[in-house]
Design a binder for this molecule. Structure first.
Ligand code: CA
Length: 328
């Protein structure tokens, strides 16, 4: 009888495996889904002066060294390949694999090609700290554009006090503890035309609010992209490129980019251009589509499969016994 049961049981194994794999598939993450859709707000191209901040200027951080954050440890498979017959317990264990997370540019309109409202590109917001004249505009001169036909222009003039800032920011959805690569391009143009002439008077910096806030003055650390200024009125320019990596700590992160005019030289004018900005890393949209956890562990799935196998064996055994009785 055993010789009859075993071939039958082996014949049923594919059915059992299909059942186990189907149940296991319920725990697989769903990849796809929501896209970030930040809303644009209108900001006047020129903002009236505000109350002046404390006179202590932030320290310049002229470093070319990107801040490199350790990449999260990759998930490692736990199943060990073997030439021996594969135990049912090692088949189709989805919880042993890391959830599939889509890598993407989480910024909206980082190329500034999607239009402008009051000089500020769609998807972005603007800020300044008063005490000067400020402007934002759609830059279309190819000498200042890194990709496509548009770039974000920002400028400061008639600054009678130290440390005037003009900038843009965007809040994006992020995956906590995931690393993101920031890349940006741009150029600084000034009356003086060189860092020697202006005493490093104009810089572009970036900063992050790791909780997704919109207050640029709450940013704890600003990093210089190390682009030196070039003279206004030139026929061509060399655009700077900058790349770094940082780790998100929450589900919402705000990227700020600002131009800085250090000195109270009213007669001098500075124009900043930024283009082709990207922030690549884990897309929160991929995680949002993950199916709810049913609470079924792999142990439960295995026991269910084993029970199914036993039921099949019992049924087949009864059929064999009945067949032998009929032959007697
Ligand atoms: Ca562009």
């Amino acid at each position: 009888m055993i010789s009859k049961i075993l071939p039958t049981a082996l014949k049923c194994l594919p059915i059992l495996l299909a059942v186990v794999l189907s149940v296991a598939a319920c725990e697989m993450p769903f990849v796809g889904g929501g896209e970030l859709t930040p809303t644009a707000t209108s900001v006047a191209a020129v903002t009236p002066p505000e109350a002046l901040p404390p006179s202590t200027p932030p320290s310049l951080q002229p470093t070319n060294t990107p801040v490199v954050i350790a990449t999260p440890e990759e998930a490692r498979p736990t199943a060990t390949p073997t030439n021996t017959p594969i135990p049912i317990a090692t088949l189709g264990l989805p919880s042993a694999a890391a959830p599939a997370v889509r890598q993407a540019d989480v910024l909206t309109n980082g190329s500034f090609e999607d239009g402008f409202e009051n000089g500020i590109s769609v998807g972005w917001h603007a800020f300044n700290n008063g005490g000067a004249e400020f402007g934002w505009a759609d830059e279309t001169w190819s000498a200042l554009v890194q990709d496509g036909d548009h770039a974000q222009h920002m400028e400061i003039w008639d600054a009678g006090v130290l440390d005037r800032y003009v900038g843009i920011y965007q809040t994006v959805s992020t995956v906590p503890q995931a690393s993101y690569e920031l890349t940006m391009h741009g150029v600084i143009r000034s009356n003086e035309g060189s860092v020697q002439a202006s005493s490093y008077g104009y810089r572009i910096q970036w900063g992050v609010d790791y909780n997704g806030g919109s207050d640029w003055q709450a940013v704890g650390e600003w990093t210089d992209v190390a682009w030196d200024e070039q003279p206004l009125g030139a026929e061509s320019y060399t655009l700077g490129s900058y790349t770094t990596t940082f780790k998100a700590t929450s589900a919402s992160t705000t990227l700020f980019i600002r131009g800085w005019k250090k000195w109270p030289t009213r007669a001098n004018h500075v124009k900043f251009t930024v283009d082709d900005v990207s922030l690549r890393g884990a897309s929160a949209g991929a995680m949002a589509g993950k199916m709810p956890d049913t609470g079924l562990g792999t142990g439960v799935i295995f026991l269910a499969g084993l029970l199914g196998l036993l039921l099949i064996l019992v049924r087949e055994s009864r059929e064999v016994i009945a067949w032998r009785r009929e032959r007697k």
